[in-house]
Design a protein around this ligand. Structure first.
Ligand code: R5P
Length: 329
């Protein structure tokens, strides 16, 4: 039987959707277990079939899915998996969505828009999820969309540990930069973690009638001669980051390292990022990054150890907060 049995006779079971099983396998390996064998396929008309090949009765089940291309399909698949677990008498079901689908649609910018991130939370609840685990939600307060526990993990410690090896320890030579005014608080946490270095942000404007259209106007803060660490939650088409890198270099930055949690990297991100002048672009693997999206200056860090530690804390009724030395966002 697959799973981890605790001394208290609880059983931890990890199941994976088909979007990015490699990440789920890495998480299971960290937990020293294996994924529960699962059958999943598509019918000719696109409907999805799922069945777990072993009993999950009484299990503490964690359902991992990544929201890569075709994310609407992967959302339905994760919902169906939760439903199957509930109907098979799993004791507790946790949706593990390292990158939360529709996270950017967390409020109405104009009349007659949906709040899709809330709708997704409602769908998970209706399917039977008892809790959600996610990494770096676009807006922290979206936690409240789910009526139940939501473990909000932060990739910052993983990214900071790496970035420190690239920018050195002299805080006077480093500036953390937010690519827009909305993320200055997160950048401030980064600056604290980098020893109290200075802070800047890029004044960005956006045409909300066009998707992924951002213009970086100017830098607010001192960046001349500094190693700039440009931090964001996600890189989608790379427009925001590439524009910000160019403005920073034009303002006299010594160099720019980009650090972001979710590397969506939709076209033309690879081209934009490799040509924008950044010294390095660092992301985690909350999403799969295929070979065609990779480029010389891209570094991908594994989020699997963090997810595994958080899953173990939840299973053991331990503390997820303890993984972060207090709040980081
Ligand atoms: C915006 O608020 C987000 O934090 C990202 O900066 C943005 O969604 C990235 O999109 P793109 O890479 O297409 O500019």
């Amino acid at each position: 039987m697959t799973g981890i049995i605790s001394s208290g006779e609880k059983r931890l079971v990890v199941v994976s959707g088909r979007a990015y099983p490699e990440l789920a396998e890495a998480v299971a390996k960290e937990l020293k277990t294996e994924l529960l064998p699962t059958t999943a396929y598509d019918f000719a008309n696109g409907e999805i079939y799922v069945r777990f090949n072993e009993s999950v009765r009484g299990a503490d089940a964690f359902v991992i899915q990544s929201y890569t291309q075709d994310l609407n399909k992967w959302l339905v698949e994760q919902l169906i998996m939760v439903d199957a677990l509930k109907r098979a008498s799993a004791k507790r079901i946790t949706v593990v969505a390292p990158s939360y689908p529709y996270a950017r649609q967390d409020k109405k910018h104009q009349g007659r828009e949906p709040i899709s991130a809330r709708l997704v939370a409602d769908l998970f609840k209706t399917a039977g999820a008892d809790r959600i685990m996610s990494v770096d939600l676009h807006a922290s307060q979206s936690q409240g969309f789910f009526n139940g526990p939501l473990d909000h993990l932060y990739a910052m410690p993983v990214l900071v540990d790496y970035v420190k090896t690239r920018v050195g320890a002299d805080k006077d030579k480093i500036t953390v930069v937010s690519p827009d005014a909305g993320r200055v608080r997160v950048a401030e946490k980064w600056a604290n973690r980098l020893g109290g270095c200075s802070l800047a942000f890029v004044h960005k404007t956006r045409d909300t009638t066009k998707p992924n259209h951002a213009v970086a106007n100017r830098v607010v803060g001192e960046v001349e001669g500094k190693h700039c660490v440009l931090v964001d939650d996600m890189i989608d088409t790379g427009g925001t980051i590439a524009e910000a890198v160019k403005v920073l270099l034009a303002s006299g930055a010594a160099d720019v390292i980009v650090a972001a949690t979710h590397g969506i990297l939709s076209d033309p991100a690879t081209q934009r990022l490799s040509e924008c002048g950044a010294r390095e672009v660092v992301v985690t693997n909350t999403l799969p990054i295929e070979g065609s999206k990779r480029f010389d200056k891209l570094t991908v860090l594994s989020i699997a150890p963090l997810l595994a530690r958080a899953i173990k804390e939840v299973f053991d009724d331990g503390s997820v907060t303890s993984l972060f030395d207090g709040p980081v966002a």
